[in-house]
Every structure is written in structure tokens, then in C-alpha cells.
Design a protein around this ligand. Sequence first.
Ligand code: TTP
Ligand code: CA
Length: 368
Amino acid sequence: MISIPVLNRIVAHLDLDYFYAQVEEVDDESLKDTPVLVCGVSGRTEESGVVSTSNYKAREYGIKSGMPIALAKRRLNGIQASFIRMDHGKYEMYSDRVMEVLRGEVDVLEQAGIDEAFFDVTKRAAGDYDVAAASALQLKTKILREEKLTCSIGIGPNKVVAKIASDFKKPNGLTVVRIDQALAFLSPMSIDRIYGVGPKTTKLLEENGIATIHELASATTERLEDLFGKKLAVYLHNASNGTDDELVIDRGGVSQLSRMITLKHDTDDSGQIVAELLPAIRDVHEKLVSKSLFFRNVSAIGILKDLSIHTRSKTLETPTNDYSVLEKEVRELLPALLHGVGDLRRVGVRISDFQDMMDQRSLTEFTS
Ligand code: TTP
Ligand code: CA
């Protein structure tokens, strides 16, 4: 039998720092050093909605993602701060450019969200962590030079470790966890730090006396199987023991899926528009499912006779691949899009901010 030497895998995870707010700082340098809050305005008034993210200056005042805008305003009372309306298209443009930079520098790239990606550098670094760390530093410098954005990178023997490592020192961090350090690194952390372990899994584990990754690693697979079924149990066992073996998969760099149609007659009748748009919504959904992706952002796009383009977007709390959610969101976005713009000539749907969550653990997490 021929034995082929196998290099220990080296996987990296890159996450852009305070992404939406950092993009706003790049666009307007005068914002730097004061609190910047990017807000998803959802209702009639400027105050109905939540903070999508904020820069680290704002976080010093206790500002957090998901916080109601009104509460954030109270926290920053009397302080000079900028509340900026979310501009998803702009963040996607920056995201695409960063991913392009990455693609040229790594073996395999897997975009995992608008501001994060895994990449495998095993071959490029010849299995050597020092080489991987040096090239990660070069990558950080390149992204800073070309896009003026800082990021944090984690390097480890697998995706679970790399993801936790990128979050370990933020912002502008680089954390390297070698294969022999993985278990000690993971052990004291809380279980919800594991990629794919969200509120529901966390709750069930905690109800069973498992709160740290060490406790999870000590649980028998039989016990985990009783709680979660085989697939998730195996994942949790491997993840907590630092032996997760999920591959980094290049999904072709799809960052958005969209379909536009031309209406039979120019109209501002939302019911008529939805009826004509349904096949396009179904089409986009089919593509999403065929690529095993989940989306978080959905936009309705309208083009008028004068060719001006109008969009309305919504970011969901959790990623989904559910058709009924997609259709419902488009139905709800259309009246807002139509408000005050007049008859549409063309209309479309776009989904983006994809998360790679194709396996059972994520389905359990996000759909049960
Ligand atoms: P995160 O990577 O979770 O957060 P962040 O980049 O703002 O901050 P950091 O990584 O430095 O901790 O999310 C990426 C982007 O996703 C974020 O910039 C805005 C968006 N987002 C929301 O719109 N709502 C949310 O609740 C969260 C957590 C993020
Ligand atoms: Ca981030």
C-alpha cells in the first residue's frame, strides 16, 4: 500500500471589524473617534428600529447590535455621535472587494457571511503555523492598504478553532492556536462560542448541566445523541474536542442572487406587482437552495420609466432558506418601496448576506 503523507490542516477565519460602521468611517473620515451607530430603521419614525452595529467608541457606552435606536440615543445623551441609516448595497460592494483580495491569496476560500470567510492555507503554508501567521499578517496589511479596513484573523487546525480565534482579540487581532493548544484554548470557553451553536442548542445543553466547552467535551456521545440526534452529536463532540473536520468549501463566491422582470404595464399596484413577481421570487429561491445557502438580507428593487432605481431592504434576525419567509418579506417591502415613487416599469428581488449553514446542526438551530 502506498501511504501519502498528510499535512496537518491549517484553517483561518477572517472577520472584518465593526464592519458596517467601519465602512461608514472609511467613507467619511471625520466620523472616526466619535461613536458611530449604523441603524436599520424599520418603522415610520427615525427612532423605530435597531442598531445593526456600532464602532468600538460607541461600544464603550454600552451600545450593542440589536439595541433599539431609542435606547442607544438615551445612552449617548449629550455625546456627539452619528446615527447612520444602513446602506446594505454599499457594504456588499466593500465585502465583494475584500473577498476578491482574499481569493487571490489563499488556497480555498469559503465566504461565510458579508464580513467573514474561512480559508484553507495548508498547502500555501506547507503545514507550518509560523508561515500561516506571517501570510495572515500580510493579508491584513493588504486589506488595510487597498480598502482601508481592519480585520481580525484566527488560525487553527479546523474551522471551529479558527472562528473562535478570530474573535479572541478584536479589533485588528491575529490569534494563532496550534493543533496541540486547541483543547486548552477551547476548554474554558462557553458552548455558544462554537460555530453553529445558537440560543436553542445552548439552552438545551445548559439545562443538562453543560455550560463550557470542557463540559461538552466530557459528555458521552450517547448522551449527546439522545439530546440532539447523531449528526449534531458528532459535530458537538468533535468541535468541543478540537477535532472538527468540516472542510473549507469554495462555493464560487456567490454574494447575492437576484432576478428582475419587466411588468406587463407600468403600475404602482402592489398586488399586481407581486402576482407578476412570484415566478422570479421562486426562481431566486430555487437557486438559493441549489447552492445550499441561507440568506439574511432581502431587497425589493423597482425601476421607473425614467430608469431611476429604488430599493427597500430588510435584514432578518436569523438566516433562512424558507420560501414562505422570502415571499412574505417581499410582499411587505413592496408597499414601502412604492410609497411616493409612482408607477414601476421593472421590478426585482435580491437576496444576499449569505450564511453557509447547510448541515443538520444549523437546521436544528435555525428552523426548530
Ligand atoms: P459581526 O461580525 O457580528 O459584527 P461587527 O463586524 O459589526 O463587529 P465585530 O466583528 O468587530 O465584533 O456582524 C457583521 C455585520 O453584520 C455588522 O457590521 C452589521 C451586521 N449585523 C446586523 O445587521 N445585526 C446584528 O445583530 C449583527 C450582530 C450584525
Ligand atoms: Ca465582524
